[in-house]
Ligand binder design. Structure first.
Ligand code: GLA
Length: 971
């Protein structure tokens, strides 16, 4: 028998209430448990569709002191509305009416017997495949009732009774609590939305979920009879055929009663005992607070009565092709065709307050990637304070886990740090108002060992957000592990008035069973194809020269023209006028907010300089820092209340500037107009959007937001920034925006949604950049790295490296220059031109090829990596020696990603220039170039990957570059 795997999509098995999210070659599985929790079952490589994964629940157990209360208390199911239909004689409805009435003390014991009788008839009907809604003749019922009355009162065996006693009682002490109305999807209020993919019409199923609750196990029987009606809006089609029209209710009854696939008949319910599942060790998709799960929750709320207990129960779900709309300008993975993704939406509700959480899972069919986000909808009729909302909670089974994070600081961003998780919480976060230099919103879990590039299970979490975030991994006493990631609850308190909703940022979950390399390549492909603005997918950045490290604030028209004239000979296409061009901006003390050119420096306005450059065949870009204001500025003199501040308190300065309050519309509109004026006045084709300090005094004008909404300002600031980004990039689609934050302080997927590249670091030293770019590549594709060749000695490290090494390192990104070309000799200009041409020759391979990391500079003396074209016909291999001990030799470089049976010609490009005289030890220039092999090699991909490529470095910060070209295939 061959094992069958499902094609990508979302599958719901009504029998086991299991959702299977099938990605390209991996799978994510959860189910609605008997307490209506969403129980996480599995995330990993794809498993055969024949297997019913509910057996994984058996791993659950109760640990001493752990509450067991995951069962729904029948009383709170409430079936009040059924009073209205007591004249309906249908079997199912009868049963419901009696179910409701039997708890009413005033009615005595008869309704209970009626309920039992109708239940037995219902079950019989179901077992013989009959009509569950057929009219029930009074006679039939009475005879059943007669049998019932003849029997003993109790329906349960002693064993079953003893289990039932373990079920916690309802706080309402036996009286029915009105059931929360199940909100139809369309009733829920949502924020303003913009289409990302056309919604697919879906037909409501009208299927009763309690039809699918287990009927055989003792305790379950008693409870499941009383499950309320929940509408399953859409249930997916059968395996392998997501494109088929959705099946009807009848189809599902058919499937249930006459299973055609083994998957449909094997159900492990008989071995499950929900009372044996401690809430504190069970695996959940969404973790509540206050009912026995003592791990960090997914959500924290405070209700109007001051209570914080907030269990959520499954009420309905929907499966649709594509991806539903998201709020306008809210960054998320783009789905452009309904066939490339499937979205599962699950509504859960606090049965007492009626607060709804809506979980969205989008499976990206061509990737091992699922995105998640959460919307909280207040249907409670009373205000609710949201104090924490994680975009994803993922529980893992017990194991030895390692967590990898990208952390660092200014000029040392995204260094790879891995640690073994021990009992308790391991967290990293940002409270700085930006994703930050210090920690990136990216977390990796590897199983059993620190991640390897080529083997082992690794799980990636990347939050699409540019503000405060929290990432945590919690190992509980049972050694189960929970990952939480979302907006940082510190400083966050969101008031949800009745009818309002809140959207969490989206998170990207990725999985690889073959190590970190595959995980990164998945993310790279996704971000290139479905995150950065579509118009930049096929278009790269022009080769630019940025004036910052060349002249800092001293820019002016003449100088920009001179620089442009010089760097044109290097092959540069665009000059970016960085800081210093506007108002009185001669240093870092003034003028932010006054976005008009200084006419002494630029007497012809920006238009004049653009024109002059255009006459040379060059383009011009500009630097702005729109979220900031200098105290010494016209803007601040006029609107000193437009910055984040608390009246009466000091305003904390950072880089001598304050932060504008982007939570306020008036501020956003003003800044938008300023940007519009700059970009509208001249043909500026590139814009670097900077952000050079973090947030303090996060508080806003009471005119816009009242005291009870001040906890929203940190998030509203980020959303406000997104709005301005969205408006300006929509109005100027041909302007290439590069974001920046004191270098790489806001290098996150939220920014990539608007800007296809981000200045990776203010550190332009080639060796430092090897670490920074290698770390960044764990999550982000090289084409998004703003990466420039700068002068030597380097301005951040005072280190000198060769032009070759600086150029090769800069080629792993957008490529440009950050130096004064007026100080270069003709020979150096020529050398630069050579590297520009090299970059032009290979940029498609670097920007769109698959990246394979070969040697980790954090653990070795060398950083090495390679790019392979999708068809494996071409590859580019680079290695840079970051630490050298004289006389030590490098191990061979084992290549990856090649066709084993393909023969490649290996050519070394740009050989070294210096050689050591072995007689004297002196370093000498070799006019013939210093090659690794002295000739071209021809080898199979197999040998290159298994025996490897020998490399040798002669000097510190030396580097090598090889080009591999397919010449033939082995027969
Ligand atoms: C930040 C950026 C630099 C430069 C300066 C200008 O530090 O990262 O590239 O633009 O601001 O002030």
């Amino acid at each position: 028998m061959t094992l069958r795997y499902r094609s990508p999509g979302v599958y719901f098995s009504p029998r086991t209430r299991t959702f299977t999210l099938m990605a390209k070659s991996s799978m994510y599985v959860m189910r609605v448990d008997d307490g209506r929790n969403l129980e996480h079952l599995y995330w990993g490589e794809a498993l055969p569709m024949e297997d019913d994964l509910t057996y994984l629940s058996i791993g659950n157990t109760i640990i001493m002191f752990d509450p067991v209360g995951t069962l729904t208390v029948p009383k709170i199911l409430g079936l009040d509305e059924l009073d209205e239909i007591s004249d309906i004689q249908g079997l199912t409805d009868r049963w419901k009416v009696y179910t409701k009435q039997k708890n009413d003390p005033e009615r005595g014991s008869r309704p209970r017997r009626l309920e039992n009788a109708s239940w037995r008839l219902w079950t019989m009907e179901r077992n013989k495949g009959g009509d569950l809604n057929r009219d029930l003749g009074t006679e039939t019922l009475l005879s059943a009732l007669g049998e019932e009355e003849a029997k003993d009162e109790g329906r349960f065996s002693e064993k079953e009774e003893s289990k039932i006693k373990k079920i916690p009682t309802s706080p309402t002490d036996g009286h029915p609590v009105p059931r929360a109305a199940t909100p139809p999807f369309s009733f829920l209020p949502g924020p303003k939305t913009a289409p990302t993919s056309p919604p697919v019409p879906v037909s409501p199923m009208g299927e009763h979920i309690f039809d699918h609750f287990p009927k055989s196990a003792g305790t379950l029987t008693a409870l499941t009879q009383q499950e309320p009606e929940s509408i399953i809006h859409v249930v997916p089609s059968e395996p392998h055929d997501m494109s088929r029209t959705f099946p009807s209710v009848r189809d599902f009854r058919e499937i249930r009663e006459h299973p055609r696939h083994p998957e449909e008949s094997i159900v492990n319910w008989n071995v499950l005992d929900p009372t044996m599942a401690g809430k504190n060790s069970k695996l959940f998709e969404f973790a509540d607070r206050g009912t026995g799960d003592y791990r960090e929750p997914s959500i924290m709320v405070t209700y109007a009565d001051g209570s914080t207990v907030s269990p959520f129960e499954y009420i309905q779900h929907k499966i649709e092709k594509g991806k539903p709309r998201t709020p306008e300008y809210f960054p998320n993975v783009r789905v452009e065709d309904v066939h490339e993704a499937t979205t599962l939406t699950i509504d859960m509700m606090d049965p007492v307050t009626k607060l709804v959480v809506r979980l969205f899972y989008t499976v990206m069919h061509d990737y091992d990637i699922i995105t998640r986000r959460i919307e909280v909808v207040n249907t409670a009729g009373q205000p609710v304070w949201l104090e924490r909302l994680m975009s994803a909670t993922v529980d893992f089974d017990s194991n030895k886990y390692y967590m990898t994070q990208l952390s660092g600081g200014w000029a040392r961003e995204r260094q790879i740090v891995t640690k073994e998780l021990q009992d308790g919480l391991t967290t990293f976060n940002s409270c700085r108002g930006a994703s930050s230099h210090q920690f990136n919103p990216f977390l990796v879990i590897s199983v059993g060992a620190p991640f390897s590039e080529t083997t082992g299970s690794v799980y990636g979490f990347n939050l699409i957000y540019s503000g405060n975030f929290l990432a945590s991994a919690e190992v509980s006493e049972s050694r189960r592990m929970r990952v939480n990631m979302g907006v940082n609850p510190v400083g966050f308190r969101w008031l949800l008035e009745s009818g309002e909703s809140f959207e969490s940022p989206e998170i990207v979950l990725s999985y690889s069973s073959t190590g970190m390399g595959h995980l990164s390549r998945q993310l790279h492909r996704l971000y290139r194809n479905r995150l950065i603005p579509p118009r930049w997918r096929q278009k790269g950045c022009p080769i630019l020269l940025n004036t910052w490290e060349a002249v800092y604030f001293k820019v002016n028209h003449e100088m920009v023209c001179e620089i442009a004239r010089c760097c044109k000979n290097m092959g540069v296409e665009l000059v970016v006028v960085d800081d210093g061009w506007f108002s009185q901006r001669n240093n870092e003390f003034s003028s932010l907010g006054d976005w008009y050119p200084n006419l002494e420096k630029f007497p012809f306005g920006l238009e004049g300089t653009v024109r002059a450059l255009e006459e040379m065949g060059m383009a011009m870009g500009i630097w702005v820092e729109p979220e900031m204001v200098s105290v010494d500025s016209d803007l601040y003199r006029e609107h000193s209340d437009w910055c984040l501040h608390v009246p009466e308190r000091m305003r904390t300065m950072g880089r001598n500037q304050l932060v504008l309050d982007f939570s306020r519309k008036v501020v956003r509109d003003y800044i938008f107009e300023q940007l519009d004026a700059i970009l509208g006045c001249a043909n500026i084709t590139y814009c670097k959007w900077d952000f050079n300090r973090h947030l303090t005094e996060i508080f806003t004008s009471q005119e816009d937001w009242p005291p009870e909404r001040q906890g929203e300002i940190g998030h509203r600031f980020v959303v406000g920034v997104y709005e301005v980004f969205g408006r300006i990039t929509t109005k100027y689609p041909d302007v290439l925006f590069e974001s920046c934050s004191g270098g790489g302080g806001r290098f996150d997927p939220g920014m990539l949604y608007f800007t296809p590249q981000i200045w990776a670091s203010d550190n332009t030293d080639a060796i430092s950049r090897v670490y920074i770019q290698y770390g960044t590549s764990l999550a982000y594709p090289p084409r998004t790295f703003g990466s420039h060749v700068s002068t030597v000695p380097n301005h951040q490290t005072l280190r000198s490296t060769s032009m070759k090494t600086r150029s090769l390192v800069a080629m792993n990104g957008s490529f440009g220059y950050e130096l004064d070309p007026r100080h270069l000799t003709d020979a150096e200009i020529n050398e630069c031109l050579g590297y520009v041409q090299l970059h032009q020759r290979f940029r498609d391979l670097v920007w769109n090829g698959d990246l394979f990391r070969l040697r980790n500079p954090f653990h070795n003396d060398t950083g090495a990596w390679m790019y392979v074209s999708e068809d494996q016909h071409e590859a580019l291999v680079m290695a840079v020696n970051v630490r050298r001990e004289v006389g030590r030799l490098e191990p061979r470089l084992l290549l990856q990603g090649l066709g084993p049976g393909k023969i490649y010609e290996i050519e070394e490009l740009c050989p070294g220039k210096l050689v050591r005289n072995v007689g004297t030890g002196a370093i000498e220039l070799d006019p013939n170039g210093v090659y690794q092999f002295g000739r071209t090699l021809k080898l199979s991909g197999h040998s290159l990957m298994v025996a490897g490529l020998p490399i040798k470095f002669l000097f510190d910060a030396d580097s090598v570059l090889f080009h591999l070209k397919l010449v033939s295939n082995y027969q």
